[in-house]
Design a protein around this ligand. Sequence first.
Ligand SMILES: Nc1nc2c(ncn2[C@@H]2O[C@H](COP(=O)(O)OP(=O)(O)OP(=O)(O)O)[C@@H](O)[C@H]2O)c(=O)[nH]1
Ligand SMILES: [Mg+2]
Ligand SMILES: [Zn+2]
Length: 298
Amino acid sequence: MIQGLVMNTQKGLYNVKTEVGLLKCKLRGKLFKEQQTTKTLVVVGDKVLVEHLHGDQGLILEICARKSKLSRRGAGKKGKHLEQLIAVNIDQAILVFAAKNPPYNRNLIDRYIAACEAGGIEPIVCINKTDLIELVEVQIDVEYYRQLGYIVIYTSTLTGEGIAPLSHLLKDKLTVFSGSSGVGKSSLVNALFERELTQTGAVGETTHKGRHTTTSAQIYELPTGGMIVDTPGMREFGLFDAAEGVRNLFSDIEKLAINCKFSNCTHSHEPGCAVKRALDEGDIDPQRYESYQKLNSK
Ligand SMILES: Nc1nc2c(ncn2[C@@H]2O[C@H](COP(=O)(O)OP(=O)(O)OP(=O)(O)O)[C@@H](O)[C@H]2O)c(=O)[nH]1
Ligand SMILES: [Mg+2]
Ligand SMILES: [Zn+2]
């Protein structure tokens, strides 16, 4: 039995990096059965115990305990009640948003950050495609997240802005690139490697939506040390069991809420609501309040 790292998963086949090279692995029967009931059992970043069968073939016998995870609520009606793991055992996430095409909003950023906070991952906000806008257009949002203590970087794969600082952040870490389709995750991966390592696809001209070019998560090893995971863009990013992450992200509002008159206050209409009072007095950013309410109503 040997240890391995899951580099890529595709339709029941797992590419696992081991001391004897890259093995194409299937799941042992027992794990395979479990796979039928959970949305994703083995994911990119998993450390697994593998039996080397022959040639480049292997069998995954066991999944080792995970130290962190990035996950979301399963998409669609059927998957809604299941957790969908995007990547595990990662140190940090580059949460990629496009300054334009497709547009972002703060609530989306908040959801990604809350998922990271809940999963034990350091979130880094990356505003890509800065060549398409004037910086002042995103500066308020960027400053806002910086003030909350998060690292925010600007990048453009077109002009090369921010690529060197980004590369610096990735050294000796396992980093996942996550975000909606078309924001430029794969383009950033290519820019970091200075070659066309992975395919990219244009954003629809009328829809301003990405075309889901990347179809499975893949780990790439950086020549400078560290590894990055490119992931498929997500159509929706709902939170799964991330209440703690939301509390962390909104710890200032949570602190105020202790002073609400009712302990089950929803901060929407109740008398004696300390959160509403702070909002009225201009102590809480209205967009922040709105996003907080949205995340708590789900
Ligand atoms: N103007 C501009 N376009 C960019 C930039 N980065 C990426 N793009 C373009 O945006 C489109 C989408 O880029 P991708 O790298 O495929 O996006 P992705 O996030 O990997 O998308 P999925 O794989 O579908 O999730 C491509 O046409 C890229 O050329 C940028 O910094 N500026
Ligand atoms: Mg991609
Ligand atoms: Zn209240």
